[in-house]
Design a protein around this ligand. Structure first.
Ligand code: ATP
Length: 239
């Protein structure tokens, strides 16, 4: 593992117009890690992902990727460097088929990690493979989540930002999504996982950051966080 983190966010302020949401937020992710950012509704998790991706730019502080300052790039530029955001709303094209959804993601991204071919992605996601000619709108919530992740892989992502991938899914589908996250990590993809569900983080993540009111209030391994009743109770409403 290189000494330099794959991604480092350093003292970032960010928000919407006059509304500041993130306050001197810092976090870092090494290549190959699964790192979680966990916190309650409105804590600033999505805003953090948008700021890393370049949908928002920080008003101060820096975002570095592979050592390069990407703070002021927009999302069309960060995506070609290997970042991908899978948003909470999944944003697949409902009127296009599963295969077409993958085809339009296949832009031959210039990232260091080889992108998956459409056939390789379909092999990885059995449910999608059985539905290649079905419209995106006909997929279940879990399948749409899989398709959104598959699109990021076909697009050549080497860091995937996952925004609440288990939100609204039945428990057995949550398990499938967690298996997929593990599998893509086994393939060398680094993951920043945003969740309200701390149990998903504790099971998947190498390290966890807890966010509250736009600030990181805790960082620790699953073992440390699981044993920390005060943090669990105070910031995550779990005891
Ligand atoms: P959730 O789980 O509800 O998505 P979150 O932790 O992802 O929560 P954010 O979506 O980052 O939280 O929101 C953080 C704060 O920013 C909230 O107070 C929210 O109301 C505010 N906010 C989010 N989007 C906008 C926007 N487009 N304009 C103004 N304020 C916004």
């Amino acid at each position: 593992m290189s000494a330099e983190p794959l991604l480092s966010v350093d003292a970032v302020d960010s928000g919407y117009g006059d509304t500041q949401v993130l306050r001197e937020l810092s976090l870092s992710i090494d290549e190959g890690e699964i790192v979680s950012l966990v916190g309650r509704n409105g804590a600033g998790k999505t805003t953090t992902l948008r700021t890393i991706m370049g949908i928002l730019n920080p008003t101060s502080g820096t975002v570095r990727y592979r050592g390069e300052d990407i703070s002021m790039l927009d999302a069309t530029e960060t995506v070609t460097r290997g970042l991908a955001l899978v948003p909470e709303e999944r944003q697949i094209f409902p009127e296009l088929t599963v295969r077409e959804n993958l085809q339009i993601a296949d832009h031959g991204g210039a990232s260091d990690v080889d992108s998956l071919s459409i056939e390789e992605a379909l092999e990885m996601f059995e449910n999608l493979n059985a539905r290649t000619e079905n419209a995106g709108s006909s997929l279940s919530g879990g399948e749409q989540q899989m398709l959104a992740i598959a699109r990021a892989l076909v697009g050549g992502a080497d860091l995937i930002l996952l925004d609440e991938p288990t939100e609204g899914l039945a428990p057995y589908i949550v398990q499938d999504v967690m298996d997929i996250v593990r599998e893509l990590n086994d393939r060398g993809i680094t993951v920043l996982l945003v969740e309200q569900n701390v149990h998903v983080c504790l099971e998947l993540a190498d390290r966890n950051y807890v966010i509250n009111q736009g600030e990181i209030v805790y960082e620790g391994t699953a073992e440390d966080l699981e044993a920390n009743d005060e943090i669990l109770d105070r910031y995550l409403g779990v005891t």
